[in-house]
Design a protein around this ligand. Structure first.
Ligand SMILES: C[S@@+](CC[C@H](N)C(=O)[O-])C[C@H]1O[C@@H](n2cnc3c(N)ncnc32)[C@H](O)[C@@H]1O
Length: 246
C-alpha cells in the first residue's frame, strides 16, 4: 500500500498549483461556472468541477522512489497489453514517469509525451538523454488540443491528469481524432467512490463520471480493472465508424 507521508506530500504539492484563469459564466457552451472550491477552478463540466493544474514544482513528487510501492505502475504496464509496434500517447505526461516505463514495451513503436507545460517537457528531454531512450518524443499541446497526428496513435493513457484539463471536451475530441479506429484510451484516476482514498475530491474521479464524459465524445466503455491500490484502470475504445468533429 502507500505511505501516509507521501499522501501528505501530495496535499502540499497540490497546494502549489499553476494559476488558473478566471472562468466566466457562458464562456463556452459545454461549461458552467460556480464559486471555486479550494483547489478548484470554478469551471464545471458535466456536473464535475475541474481542478487546478499541478505545476512543474511537483516533479520531485511525481518521480518519488516509493511510487512503485504505492501505485504499482509495473502492474499498469502488464495490463496495457501493448504490441511492440504500438504508438502510445501519454497525455499530461508531466515528468514522463509513465512515458519511460512505456518506451521499452514498444521498441518498434514510440511514446508521445504530451503536456502543456514546457518545463515538464524539458525535464522529459533531460531524462531521455540520461536514460538513453530514443523512442520517447515530447509534444507541447495546448489546453484544447493535444496536437496528436490524426489517426496516428494506438493507445492513449492519462494518469492522474484528465481531472485537471481545463477544456476536457475539446481535449477528448482531439484525442478521438488522434486515435486509430479501434484505438484505446486508458484512464488512471484516484477512485472517487472510495472515501478511504485520502486524496482531495477534485483530484479523484468515479467510474460513472469518467464513463459519462467519454461517451459524450463517442468512445465506448470496454472494461474496468480494479487491480490497483488506490486508482481505477478504465478502458475505452474508439469505434470504427465514429464521426469526429473538425
Ligand atoms: C498531476 S500531473 C501527472 C503527470 C503524470 N501523468 C504522472 O502521473 O506522473 C498532470 C499533468 O497534466 C498536465 N496537463 C494539464 N492540462 C493538460 C492538457 N490540457 N493537456 C496536456 N497536459 C495537461 C499538467 O501540466 C501536468 O503535468
Amino acid at each position: 500500500m502507500w505511505c501516509p507521508h507521501s499522501i501528505r506530500s501530495l496535499f502540499i504539492v497540490l497546494s502549489g498549483v499553476v494559476a488558473a484563469g478566471q472562468f466566466a459564466v457562458g464562456e463556452e457552451g459545454h461549461y458552467t461556472a460556480k464559486e471555486p472550491s479550494r483547489d478548484g477552478t470554478g469551471k464545471v463540466y458535466m456536473g464535475r468541477e475541474i481542478s487546478q493544474v499541478v505545476g512543474s514544482h511537483a516533479i520531485t513528487w511525481l518521480e518519488r522512489r516509493d511510487r512503485e510501492g504505492e501505485e504499482k505502475p509495473s502492474l499498469v504496464m502488464e495490463n496495457l497489453e501493448l504490441k511492440p509496434t504500438d504508438v502510445v500517447a501519454d497525455i499530461g505526461a508531466g515528468s514522463g514517469y509513465f512515458s519511460f516505463l512505456l518506451a521499452p514495451l514498444v521498441p518498434q513503436g514510440k511514446v508521445l509525451a504530451v503536456d502543456i507545460q514546457q518545463e515538464m517537457l524539458d525535464f522529459v528531454e533531460g531524462q531521455k538523454k540520461l536514460k538513453k531512450i530514443a523512442n520517447v518524443e515530447t509534444l507541447l499541446g495546448t489546453i484544447e488540443d493535444t496536437r496528436l497526428p490524426e489517426s496516428g496513435v494506438d493507445l492513449v493513457i492519462m494518469v492522474d491528469a484528465y481531472h485537471e484539463f481545463s477544456h476536457p471536451r475539446e481535449m477528448m475530441e482531439s484525442i478521438v481524432k488522434g486515435l486509430v479506429p479501434g484505438g484505446r484510451v486508458v484512464f488512471l484516476e484516484y477512485r472517487g467512490e472510495d472515501p478511504n482514498v485520502p486524496i482531495k475530491p477534485l483530484h479523484k474521479m468515479t467510474v460513472k463520471q469518467v464513463t459519462r464524459e467519454m461517451e459524450a465524445v463517442g468512445l465506448e466503455f470496454v472494461e474496468l480493472r480494479d487491480f490497483l491500490p488506490i486508482q481505477h484502470f478504465i478502458v475505452f475504445r474508439k469505434p470504427d465508424n465514429i464521426a469526429t468533429t473538425q
